[in-house]
Design a protein around this ligand. Structure first.
Ligand code: GRF
Length: 204
């Protein structure tokens, strides 16, 4: 199975995916790394591993259609079966979501369906979690649909929140969980063990 990873930042989830592949826990290869940010650490990481790394941003195109077509072409050329958004800060064009229905995953650093949606990224997520006074948070892997953080939930794992937690300590607690469950979820897809029925997802 060929995975395309889309990342905007440092790429620690991308690194965790590569490690799972190296360790034989994820039967797949990353055939493409796409970033909207030319300074993304993820681009550097891909290049250091000889993975095709492309800087592609909607800003380079006159419309979402031409951008989407370019992206679809790129995904076809690299024979991509599954797309993993890993800290990707941009919306995926609708035509790509359509073509890769149930084949685009995202990792979110909270327990969806709470604390997701527009504006809920990075430290904002953890600030909102702490402000709400909830006692647990965690990480969610979900299928990507047309709305932010909305698609069916594939895998979740929780952490406990302590009185001393700050947005930064909470992020640091959750990140290793992301690195654990994202490769596991991808491995389930790679092994064809995932069944999607509406909003319900079962892993065999
Ligand atoms: C992660 O916390 C992920 O959940 C969120 O963005 C962050 C990306 O981190 N969507 P990294 O670039 O994978 O290190």
């Amino acid at each position: 199975m060929n995975i395309a990873v889309f990342a905007s930042g440092r790429g620690s989830n991308f690194q965790a995916i590569l490690k799972a592949i190296d360790d034989g826990k994820l039967p797949a290869r990353v055939s493409l790394l796409v970033s909207n940010n030319s300074n993304a650490g993820a681009l550097e990481l891909a290049r250091s591993r000889n993975i095709p790394a492309i800087h592609l941003s909607q800003k380079q195109f006159s419309s979402e259609e031409t951008y989407g077509e370019q992206l679809l072409d790129l995904l076809a050329r690299h024979r991509v079966d599954l797309i993993a958004l890993a800290g990707y800060m941009k919306r995926v064009p609708v035509m790509v979501i359509d073509r890769f229905r149930n084949k685009i995953l995202n990792i979110h650093p909270a327990l969806l369906p709470s604390f997701g949606g527009a504006g809920m990224y990075g430290v904002h997520v953890h600030e909102a979690v702490l402000a709400a006074g909830v006692k647990i948070s965690g990480a969610t892997v979900h299928i990507v649909d047309e709305k932010y953080d909305n698609g069916p939930i594939v895998m979740q794992k929780a952490v406990e929140i302590s009185k001393e937690d700050t947005p930064e300590t909470l992020a640091a607690k959750i990140l290793p969980i992301e690195h654990e469950i994202y490769p596991q979820a991808l491995a389930a897809f790679a092994g064809n063990r995932v069944h999607v029925e509406g909003r319900k997802v079962w892993i065999q």
